[in-house]
Design a protein around this ligand. Structure first.
Ligand code: NDP
Length: 451
């Protein structure tokens, strides 16, 4: 049987674009459909614009610090319009690069929604159908809002990059990556920022000591963080949004943002009719080769809800191409993934938290928390944390947790050592780079505790 294409990809985000262009570069005839902008969540409404906003927000304290270092300068106001214009110009440029990557690899793209019609057929929004030997679903995820009265008044991370004006006050609901990152960003941009999180401590699942320090530093920096607090209802009151919280508080905010999780983008794709299973969270169920229950249909990235990070979707894309087009069955490796949360200060982490490791085997904990030189000299009370979790039996470093400015950059490198299975003694025989913050990772002599 002959098909229009060897591969049809649905979704032009990080995973879909990578799979399409690598398969095409290897000689496959490939098409891709995207209903929105090319680049997906990461480029258009996630990692990239978020990081640029983190950079923008971090300048607010720099003038004060520069003054403390002897510079006679004064700070002006932040110009949201100017920044927003440049931000969207940059996103347009990046989207253009993504489109060109596809074009230059010979991938045919369709700027419309696509869904599955049968195991080898995709139906486009204009009614045309295309056949393919393999179909890859890489449709990502989408923010979800809790079902409470007035929820429609709140924005999500999709809209935050498009605000007409920077609000004077803002409430952020949630305690995950997105909520904590935007609490820091908005606070840094001068917005009076409140955050409600329903649990006992933000960043559930990460190392307790590390998330405790992030939480403390966020409060110290001015975020009005309310733990054990959720939103009950909201309604419009004049120009503002009235919010009632579970603790009885009633407040007015200019904006409310829900960062209460993301759901796989898998509705109305024709999956159910083909017998492609979805789990309780709505994610497409795949095996270790990203294959669904229908052998010609594969899925990668956030729509499979495995580890929802751009570099992981890209790895899954590469493993898919290797498996399907290079005859070399390859599973994406989801073990020991380093990651950073761009809070202020940042958290970088790889491997097990102290709590997870202690459940698993006897451990030693090496940790130090101190005021870093640069900020201490400027008179800031800010502290950082360097922490290693070590197996008592094998001496292997099971986890590394860093809370510090630049922790994202540091954990990428520490991640190599941890991925290689480095022991505490391997860390110790590495000479310190002095004076830095991360040198503490190779100079911690005695465990602070064992468990
Ligand atoms: P998360 O799943 O990380 O966090 C969702 C948060 O919302 C949790 O604190 C959760 O609370 C809370 N929540 C869920 N439902 C409700 C509700 N009904 N009412 C109140 N609170 C609620 O999702 P995010 O949206 O922050 O991020 C999605 C994913 O995107 C992340 O998991 C990550 O994989 C990825 N990401 C990665 C980034 C990075 O690498 N730097 C940056 C941004 C996103 P509870 O803890 O109690 O469940």
């Amino acid at each position: 049987m002959s098909f229009d294409y060897d591969l049809f990809v649905i979704g032009g985000g990080s995973g879909g674009v990578r799979a399409a262009r690598v398969a095409a570069a290897g000689g496959a005839k490939v098409a891709l459909a995207e209903e929105d902008r090319y680049g997906g969540t990461c480029v258009i409404r996630g990692c990239v614009p978020k990081k640029l906003m983190v950079f923008a927000s971090e300048y607010s304290g720099m003038v004060e610090d520069a003054q403390a270092y002897g510079w006679s300068i004064s700070s002006g106001a932040f110009d949201w319009d100017l920044f927003k214009g440049k931000l969207h110009g940059e996103l347009d440029r990046l989207e253009g690069i993504y489109r060109n990557l596809l074009k230059n690899s010979g991938v045919e793209s369709f700027d419309q929604r696509a869904k599955l019609a049968d195991p080898h057929t995709v139906e486009l929004a204009d009614g045309t159908t295309k056949t393919a030997k393999h179909i890859l679903v890489a449709t990502g995820g989408w923010p979800v809002k809790p079902d409470i009265p007035g929820a429609e008044l709140a924005i999500t991370s999709n809209e935050i990059f498009h605000l007409d004006t920077l609000p004077e006050s803002m409430l952020i609901v949630g305690g995950g990556y997105i909520a904590c990152e935007f609490a820091g960003i908005m606070n840094g941009l001068g917005v009076k920022t409140s955050q409600y999180y329903r649990g006992a401590q933000i960043l559930r699942g990460f190392d307790d000591e590390a998330r405790g320090l992030v939480s403390e530093e966020m409060c110290q920096a001015g975020v009005d963080l309310h733990l054990g607090t959720n939103i009950l209802e909201m309604r419009k009151e004049g120009d503002k949004i009235w919010v009632k919280a579970t603790n009885g508080d009633e407040n007015l905010f200019d904006q409310v943002m829900f960062a209460t999780g993301r759901a796989p983008n898998a509705d109305n794709l024709g999956l159910e009719a083909l017998g492609i299973e979805r789990d309780r969270a709505g994610a497409i169920v795949v095996d270790q080769y990203s294959q669904t229950a229908v052998p010609s249909v594969f899925a990668i990235g956030d729509v499979t809800n495995r580890v929802n990070l751009t570099p992981v979707a890209i790895r899954e894309a590469m493993a898919f191409v290797e498996t399907v087009f290079n005859g070399n069955p390859t599973s994406p490796d989801h073990d020991l993934i380093p990651t950073a949360i761009f809070t202020q200060p940042e958290m970088g982490t790889v491997g097990l938290s102290e709590e997870e490791a202690a459940q698993q085997e006897p451990i030693e904990v090496y940790a130090t928390s101190f005021k870093p030189m640069q900020q201490a000299f400027a008179g800031r009370a800010q502290r950082v944390l360097m922490k290693l979790i070590v197996s008592k039996a094998t001496r292997t470093v099971l986890g590394c947790h860093i809370v510090a400015p630049g922790a994202g950059e540091m954990i990428q490198l520490a991640g190599i050592a941890v991925k290689m299975g480095a022991t505490k003694e391997d860390f110790d025989r590495t000479v310190a780079v002095h004076p830095t913050m991360s040198e503490e990772l190779v100079t911690m002599k005695s465990p602070v505790r064992t468990a």
